[in-house]
Design a protein around this ligand. Structure first.
Ligand SMILES: [Zn+2]
Length: 258
């Protein structure tokens, strides 16, 4: 399994100013490709990186714009432009709306897809040799899901938008790589998001070999990223990667040496 990070910023300020791109992550296995959390620009960036055509599934962790904006465009791309059956996996908030969060994918676009799977606490999905499991996170969209993807050889975990909680950690047991949506730098934690200071607590009980930090918010991008990375490397056992727009993981010898 491999990943390509189309976009690596998050939150309304960083995304609104396009401090970095916000198109989400392409996860590629031998058999298929999933586009994860397609924020604004996802469709365009997938084409720029020449990875659009192979996407057969879209996974949306929750209903905020920086994760779901291009989901409808991608369902049309998969199904209409490239004739895939189209598999949409998304939180209840994305598919039906929840509380004051309106649904993010219209009935028309859901009906286009060969299969639509609602993600939530304890849900499992199989897709072309990939096993996907989800849990509910603690975020301002209460239906936000964190998830793992296992191809039988490697297991990638995605710690998505959430406030830190002990209760969420065990779910990522057995992951080789943990992708952390980390909006805030050290000492700048805020409600319902993860900050850099939370990462040592997350990895302490897990046996992951690499932590990939992404979804940088405005304040994080304004900070000294090199210093933030050095600090984290001193705190944790696993190798630390700060994702960049267009980054392939694991991509090259330089990355392996992290
Ligand atoms: Zn969010």
């Amino acid at each position: 399994m491999k990943m390509k990070f189309l976009g690596t910023c998050g939150g309304r300020y960083a995304v609104g100013q396009q401090k970095r791109q916000s198109g989400g992550i392409i996860l590629e296995s031998d058999e298929t490709q999933i586009h994860i959390d397609p924020g604004p620009g996802a469709l365009v960036q997938a084409h720029e990186q020449e990875v659009a055509e192979d996407t057969e599934a879209v996974l949306v962790s929750h209903g905020h714009v920086d994760h779901s904006n291009d989901a409808e465009a991608l369902t049309e791309m998969m199904v209409e432009a490239y004739n895939h059956a189209g598999f949409l996996m998304a939180s209840e908030s994305v598919l039906s709306g929840f509380g004051d969060i309106e649904k993010r994918v219209s009935d028309y676009h859901q009906d286009l897809c060969g299969e639509v799977k609602k993600l939530g606490e304890g849900v499992e999905a199989e897709f072309k040799g990939l096993e996907i499991r989800t849990q509910e996170m603690f975020h301002s969209d209460p239906k936000t899901v964190g998830f793992t993807v296992d191809n039988g050889d490697k297991k990638f975990g995605f710690w998505t938008d959430t406030e830190y909680s002990d209760e969420l950690v065990d779910f990522y047991e057995g992951c080789d790589t943990l992708v952390v949506y980390c909006s805030r730098p050290k000492n700048e934690g805020t409600r319902s998001h993860t900050s850099l200071d939370d990462i040592p607590e997350i990895t302490e009980k897990l046996d992951v070999s690499k932590v990939v930090v992404t979804h940088f918010g405005f304040k994080f991008l304004e900070s000294d990223l090199e210093a933030q990375k050095n600090w984290l490397e001193e705190q944790v056992d696993p190798g630390v990667v700060f994702a960049d727009d267009g980054m392939d993981y694991p991509g090259n010898r330089k990355l392996d040496a992290f």
